[in-house]
Design a binder for this molecule. Structure first.
Ligand code: CU
Length: 302
């Protein structure tokens, strides 16, 4: 079982910990060979800051190497990449987590256009999947995987542009319910910075609870949480096999986007929520969309 929350115990000071030793005796930073795991098996040491997943293209000796450098709007086209190991060679052996050797998240930088994909691994260590995006913009690609040689999973990220006229959309407001394809998904529970919080989700349709959700990736549902502002990746999993109940811990106060994948009637759907940590009430209002007026940014340009 993987560590459910790799953002755990990380509260403040993201910038300060970049490039310095992270938890569990591992080094982060470009192409740094991880030090031997400590005797306690790589468990996170409480109080040791750890960089959230998904923020780096290289971490712990592993590097994400995309062969495709842009997306196209419209029809899916092949997207290929490799995960390079500490020896510089493509990793071909993985430890399976949640039914798959690698989970790929594609999301636009404004947190819209979320996709959760499962590329296919070629014998030479090249992963590929057909990917199409609906709108132009800068996309974040997050690969969540566990090399067979490592005691825990990691998430690497890279930006991939879809050329065109990028019109960022404001983050939807905080809400307890989300609608998708005629399903209503309701979220109970609150995120708390630096503390574990329980999130319970329920699915209904036409006002009646849906009680026959189908297993998806070895669970009843799959929840991904991304932090607004830098798209730090928090992968959480059900705390229950019979309900959409999750344990989540986010590293800092702020605004997060939650993506719940669930399967019913043979189809996977994604319900999306904007949520804040306790004490933070709403996402920041979008600015710069209209005439901001003089000195709106608080300084002058002489
Ligand atoms: Cu997946």
């Amino acid at each position: 079982m993987r560590t459910p929350v790799r953002l755990a115990a990380f509260a403040l000071g993201l910038v300060a910990v970049f490039g310095v030793a992270a938890g569990a005796g591992r080094l982060i930073g470009p192409d740094v060979r991880p030090e031997p795991e400590p005797a306690h098996g790589g468990a996170h040491t409480p109080g040791t800051p750890r960089v959230p997943g998904g923020l780096q293209i290289a971490q712990g000796g592993y590097r994400l190497s995309p062969a495709t450098t842009r997306f196209t709007v419209g029809e899916p086209r092949p997207f290929a990449f490799q995960v390079l190991g500490p020896d510089g060679k493509p990793v071909t052996s993985y430890t399976r987590n949640h039914d798959k050797d690698l989970h790929l998240i594609v999301v636009r930088r404004d947190l819209s256009g979320y996709q959760h994909l499962h590329p296919v691994l070629g014998a030479d260590g090249t992963w590929s999947a057909p990917i199409g995006v609906d709108t132009p913009g800068q996309y974040r690609v997050l690969a969540d995987f566990q090399p067979a040689a490592e005691p825990e999973a990691l998430t690497l990220g890279v930006d991939v542009p879809a050329p065109g006229d990028y019109q960022p959309v404001p983050l939807p407001p905080v809400a307890r319910t989300a609608e998708v394809d005629g399903y209503t998904v309701t979220l109970a529970g609150d995120l708390a910075a630096g503390a574990s919080s329980k999130l319970d989700l329920t699915v209904s349709r036409d006002g009646k609870p849906v009680t026959d959700l189908e297993p998806y990736l070895g669970a009843l549902g799959h929840l991904v949480v991304l932090r607004e502002g830098d798209l730090a990746y928090l992968h959480v999993h059900p705390a229950s096999e019979t309900a959409l109940s999750f344990e989540a811990e986010v590293p800092s106060p702020g605004v997060y986007r939650l993506y719940l994948d669930f399967q019913h009637a043979g189809k996977v759907r994604t319900a999306e929520f904007t949520a804040t940590t306790t004490g933070v009430t709403q996402p920041p209002a979008p600015t710069g969309t209209a005439d901001p007026g003089p000195s709106a940014d608080g300084h002058t340009h002489d």
